[in-house]
Design a protein around this ligand. Sequence first.
Ligand SMILES: [Zn+2]
Length: 82
Amino acid sequence: MDPLLTLAIAAATPAALVTLGYAGLCWVKPVTTCRRCAGTGRTTTRVLRRPRACRRCDRGHRLRAGRRIFNYFHRLRAEATR
Ligand SMILES: [Zn+2]
């Protein structure tokens, strides 16, 4: 076997596994807990520390970045083929 091909396979396999693993995770669990409010859905203001609704999420849950990218291309394809 060609050593260059072996090197290419050794370099590409972990990257492919990580990519497919994240795609599978986005398919199985598209929603994750918000890191800003730690899943509570509420944050405090910086000045007076008053509780407010978290602006980054919907009640403590938010879509993963991979799922948002998938949804974007899915809608783009649906609009293009309509
Ligand atoms: Zn949040």
